[in-house]
Design a protein. Structure first.
Length: 132
């Protein structure tokens, strides 16, 4: 503690740095990394499959609230039906996310001949490694 040798301080700092680096590498190798949807802000298939159902569900929900939140009737049934369809669409695109990405990649590759197929595959694989 009371040593004033600069060489000893440098060695202790290097040793502490090595321990921190080892802990960091061990954590990266063992703890799975995930990314929240808010960080990526993109769910494949949302615009085509979910957004129209969401808008319809919000419309019927607002109408249901304006009618005094009835428990039965046409408005209540429409609100429940559109909400269920919206939530089912969310579950479906989460389940089919890989297929949606593959289909989009194939369509873009066919339409745009200049698109580099190998680079797109590498980009998809590198993203997938972050989640595993």
């Amino acid at each position: 503690m009371n040593c004033s040798c600069d060489e000893h301080k440098r060695l202790i700092n290097a040793y502490a740095g090595s321990i921190i680096d080892a802990c960091y590498e061990a954590a990266n190798a063992t703890i799975p990394l995930t990314s929240s949807r808010q960080a990526s802000s993109c769910i494949p298939g949302w615009t085509e499959h979910v957004k129209p159902l969401r808008d319809k569900s919000i419309f019927w929900h607002n109408l249901w609230m304006d009618c005094g939140r009835p428990m039965a009737g046409v408005v209540a049934e429409s609100m429940r039906r559109t909400r269920a369809a919206y939530h089912y669409a969310i579950r479906r695109i989460k389940k089919d996310e890989d297929n949606i990405v593959r289909e989009r990649l194939a369509n873009c590759t066919v339409v745009n001949k200049q698109r580099n197929f190998c680079m797109e595959i590498k980009r998809i694989r590198s993203k997938r490694k972050l989640y595993e």
